[in-house]
Design a protein. Structure first.
Length: 647
């Protein structure tokens, strides 16, 4: 069985898979089969006698985690394996539920997603502004406060240090935020028995500072595997160091050229310093590219090798398939001509046998996507767009989730506010006063009947209370949703969203089908809190998304619109080389065909962006094919602007 497992690997992959159980780094190029290396190495050492339950596998998305577990099971020809695997956050949840009592974490806790956390931050902000008579207009918004606090925690830096870099707040505001607002936010979370997304890693890290628990985890999981190592932040780096301490069986897989999440705290320095941090580490390059044709690979290399990081040693990536079709770089006059080009290319590719679902349009920034989406839809091209609000963040879906969260935990004040604010006649201030009265009585469900509401809200309140009472008695989550819909929310949707009532009802039918896969409400709520709720790949449709969301995915045909200076690199970026890496990631999403488009004039872009991306100027002409026709010229010269008559 081991011979069969190894026979599916190339020389680079086999060397990494069979390397001794020690600290190793696999530098895996885009499309080189990094997941194959990771799962084959796990399967190899299990077949060599390592216990299944001695492996911990950490990655960044649920999709990647599920894929790695499924592939490991297939390699071992088993229906289940005892590996502790998942995202950093999901593994943190499992360990905190099991061992968290040692550091004061209760076993049953709810997880606040980013929307809930920002909502709670907003309430603390409102109270702070009222207490100190501050102008709400001038004080930082809740989303900005939440992002700032999250970044400090994940990067393990002080608020002062982060503020010195970003200049987001005045010194007085910063002191007020961290002396008053953040303690209030933390106290409210504790009262709710909830942890936010960042808490999961903060307490995971703190759990590993407990000597007894650390010894127990070292004994239980001596073999630690980390996927997408280039994406780790400082907090995750600390966690990995502690997990690997004294064990020396750490395998990490990554590619420094794909480190593109600096806004989340990722630093390319961590993967670059791996050999220094783990002095006995072996480094294994995985060089073959099995995804993209030679023209795409050559183009990607011409971009990334201009980076100072590769000044001494150029990146090597070997294409395993060839094609006479070269990547295209075209210049169009305006947004409308860009839309025409994309439409014509989609039709041409479709007639050549490439399905809609194998095409993607990747944007550097999501706001530019809507015009292209609207144009393609109007011409009958089926599209899926994931640049906007995800499924679980849609208002009508969140209302149902808030109902379920409140049934599961009546101390969840965010769920309470959101839920009761859907009642006609109850606004944010009334909902907050209601929860204060409810909280004083210990959040007993029976106390809900004593709450006072405006006369206008009486009918809605009675319907809500009926839904809560009946819903609590239901054994299945789907039944709880049915009760909520029948007794209250169906009529509320018709009132709140009259124009697209049927569409929103269809969303809730999807939600109801989803919950049937879960055994308990707690499991369902935990799953969606940890889920990225990605909606890509829904049927045979052209996907419209951002480059950041496209990482880890691939298509036969890829479009990169608005290849303009100020967009690539983005005018707000602080790190130009990260923007170069982002373009490298975008290019390497294409398997067969790639079209990059620069717009001479756009009503969507500032005048400062009316020029080609400087990254494109670095690309040798011989790497590129010609545009579709003379209307789409692969040239930077002789441009003119097409203005509409009414301009």
């Amino acid at each position: 069985m081991i011979e069969k497992l190894l026979s599916a690997l190339d020389d680079d992959q086999r060397a990494a898979v069979t390397a001794p159980l020690s600290n190793i780094l696999c530098i895996a190029n885009a499309g080189s089969g990094k997941t194959r290396v990771l799962v084959h190495r796990i399967a190899y050492w299990i077949l060599m006698g390592q216990p299944e339950d001695s492996f911990m596998m950490l990655t960044f998305t649920n999709k990647a985690a599920n894929e790695m577990m499924d592939r490991t099971k297939a390699l071992l020809d088993k229906e289940t394996v005892k590996i502790l695997g998942g995202t950093f956050h999901s593994v943190a949840v499992k360990l905190l539920r099991k061992y968290g009592g040692a550091i004061g974490i209760r076993q049953k806790f709810q997880i606040l997603d980013s929307t809930d956390a920002a909502g709670l931050m907003g309430v603390c902000r409102e109270k702070l502004c009222a207490d100190y008579k501050l102008s709400r207009k001038d004080f930082p918004p809740k989303e900005e406060l939440a992002r700032f606090y999250s970044y400090c925690r994940n990067c393990c830096i002080s608020p002062e240090e982060h503020n010195e870099r970003t200049l987001m707040f005045t010194d007085d505001d910063l002191r007020l935020i961290f002396d008053e607002l953040i303690p209030s936010y933390e106290a409210r979370k504790e009262a709710m028995g909830a942890l936010d997304f960042d808490d999961l890693l903060v307490y995971f890290n703190r759990l590993l500072d407990h000597p007894g628990i650390l010894r127990l985890i070292h004994t239980s999981y001596p073999n630690v595997f980390v996927d997408e190592y280039q994406d780790i932040n400082a907090l995750q780096n600390q966690i990995i160091h502690k997990l690997a301490q004294e064990v020396n069986h750490l395998t990490v897989v990554g590619d420094e050229a794909q480190c593109i999440y600096g806004f989340r705290g990722s630093e390319v320095a961590f993967i670059q310093a791996f050999k220094d941090d783990y002095g006995d580490a072996g480094v294994f390059p995985i060089r073959n590219n099995y995804r993209s044709v030679d023209g795409v690979v050559d183009l990607a290399l011409s971009v990334i090798n201009r980076s100072p990081d590769y000044e001494e040693h150029k990146k090597v990536m070997i294409a395993t398939s060839t094609s006479p079709v070269k990547p295209k770089l075209v210049c169009v006059n305006d947004d409308f001509r860009q839309n025409d080009y994309i439409y014509n290319e989609i039709i041409r590719a479709r007639s050549a046998g490439i399905h809609y679902g194998e095409m993607a349009i990747l944007f550097r920034t999501g706001f530019l996507a809507r015009g292209v989406e609207a144009d393609l839809v109007s011409r009958g091209i089926p599209v899926t767009i994931t640049c906007g609000i995800s499924f679980y963040e849609r208002l009508h879906v969140r209302a149902v989730l808030d109902f379920l969260k409140f049934l599961d935990n009546p101390t969840n004040e965010i769920a309470f506010w959101n839920l009761f604010e859907t009642i006609d006649g109850i606004g944010p201030k009334t909902a907050q006063k209601m929860f204060q009265a409810f909280g004083k009585e210990g959040c007993d469900f029976e106390e809900l009947y004593k709450l006072k509401v405006p006369a206008k809200a009486n009918n809605g309140m009675n319907a809500m209370l009926s839904a809560i009472k009946t819903g609590r008695a239901q054994p299945a989550i789907s039944d709880q949703i049915d009760v909520f819909m029948c007794k209250y929310y169906r009529d509320a949707i018709m009132r709140i969203f009259p124009e697209d009532f049927k569409k929103r009802l269809e969303d809730l039918k999807i939600l109801r089908r989803t919950v049937e896969h879960f055994d308990s409400l707690e499991d369902f709520l935990e799953n969606i809190a940890l889920s990225s709720a990605e909606e890509s790949g829904l049927g045979d449709k052209v996907l419209i998304t951002t480059v950041h969301k496209a990482k880890g995915l691939e298509w036969d045909k890829v479009f990169l619109p608005y290849m303009n200076d100020g967009i690539f690199p983005h005018y707000k970026c602080e790190e130009v080389e990260e923007e170069r890496r982002l373009l490298y990631v975008a290019i390497t999403r294409a398997r067969k065909e790639l079209s990059m488009i620069e717009v001479s004039f756009s009503s969507r872009l500032p005048d400062s962006c009316m020029g080609p991306s400087p990254f494109l100027k670095d690309i040798p002409v011989q790497r590129l094919g010609r545009g579709a026709d003379n209307d789409f010229r692969p040239s930077w010269n002789n441009r003119y602007r097409n203005y509409c008559a009414w301009q």
